[in-house]
Design a protein around this ligand. Structure first.
Ligand code: PEP
Ligand code: MN
Length: 361
């Protein structure tokens, strides 16, 4: 797939897309467009129809904002990107010459809606960005990208905006960085952008999350920017002012994706060899552990004892975290690791429990 936003499209990497959560009034949109354009931003985002989780919230001004965009573009050399959530949105966006569209997290989850949008996009060639679905389901995210690609759209990018979780964390939407990394490895030709605003839910975290995305070699960021964030009609806490955006952009460190220095290369290779050898031992140890699990499974089965022994499991979790702590290992990491090891152990033992006795030959 072609790279979205080549130079000719007004981009240089990393791409910075900025603009308000919602277009509210002509003056608000004009003011923010003018300010971010001065910072070098070439693509302005603005929600026109807002997918609100609960009713009775501001749901966007609708098609009226498309006319504002059309008129602002005559004066300021930017492109506008909006969210489309059904075929009618696509038709209106095209009618008003909107430059780019994105599918929101609540749309990506629904293959029927995605297909409807893909069908409406057929025969056009505007760049389309696909946000991750609200739930951490890589197949849905990829499926949405594939449906858009099958409609003939050539410039497609993915946007990582984090995932809802029942658990309260410091993020509005948990980033689960492993998922976008997996997307990147499965679809290497699809540029990946980060939306730190919806991951954070709080403007104070935008810099930190954007830097992390750039350090993971993302292709760009989409930052919600409002001329007066405190009085925004939607998502006030997470929007930055153009002044704050300027500070963030100034402070972000851009790192190259590789370095040709031969000393760097040889030292990195040496360290990577060490990692390979440690990982080899790790895998061998896991295999040895798995053999003992089989014995345990058989032993429990022979004695009619349940697979799950909750005291033992709690003890494993506690002790492994205690072992890791003086060694500088993060307790959450140990917990995640052991949850994976334990669930595999349960899977293996279940397999043993379900084995029917071999009939005598
Ligand atoms: C948005 O970009 O304003 C938006 C509604 O995002 P998401 O689909 O990520 O919730
Ligand atoms: Mn928003």
């Amino acid at each position: 797939m072609e790279i979205l936003g080549n130079e000719e499209n007004g981009f240089s990497r990393p791409w910075v897309i900025a603009g308000p959560c919602s277009a509210e009034t002509y003056d608000q949109l004009y003011a923010v467009t003018k300010s971010v354009y001065k910072l070098g931003v070439k693509v302005v985002r603005a929600g026109v129809w807002k997918p609100r989780t609960r009713p009775n919230n501001f749901e966007g001004v609708g098609a009226e904002a498309l006319a504002w965009m059309e008129s602002i573009k005559k004066e300021i050399g930017v492109k506008f990107a909006i969210e489309v959530a059904n075929a009618e949105h696509v038709e209106l966006a095209l009618k008003y010459g909107i430059d780019m569209a994105w599918l929101g997290a609540r749309t990506t989850v629904n293959p029927f809606t995605v297909q409807e949008i893909a069908d409406a996009l057929k025969g056009t060639n505007i760049p389309v960005m696909v946000k991750n679905p609200v739930n951490p389901d890589l197949a849905l995210w990829m499926g949405c990208i594939e449906r858009i690609a099958n409609a003939g759209i050539q410039e497609i990018a993915a946007i990582h905006r984090g995932f809802s979780s029942y658990k309260k964390t410091r993020f509005r939407n948990e980033p689960l960085w492993q998922l976008p990394i997996e997307l990147k490895s499965r679809l290497p030709g699809v540029p990946l952008l980060c939306d730190p605003s919806h991951i954070a839910g709080d403007s104070s975290m935008i810099h930190e999350i954007s830097q992390k995305a750039l350090d993971l070699n993302y292709d760009g960021i989409m930052v919600e920017t409002h001329p007066d964030p405190d009085n925004a009609w939607s998502d006030p806490k997470q929007q930055v002012s153009p002044g704050q955006l300027a500070e963030i952009l100034k402070d972000l460190k851009l790192r190259q994706d590789t370095c040709d220095d031969s000393l760097f290369k040889s030292q990195l290779e040496e360290l990577r060899n060490k990692i390979d050898s440690i990982d080899h031992d790790l895998v061998e140890n896991l295999a040895n552990r798995a053999k003992i699990i089989e014995e345990i499974g058989q032993y429990k089965k022979d004695n009619d004892v349940t697979i799950l022994q909750i005291e033992r499991w709690n003890k494993i979790l506690r002790s492994r975290k205690e072992w890791g702590q003086p060694l500088g290992l993060n307790a959450e990491f140990i917990e995640e690791l052991y949850k994976a090891i334990h669930s595999e152990s349960i899977r293996k033992q279940t397999e043993i429990f379900n084995r029917t006795p071999q009939s005598p030959k």
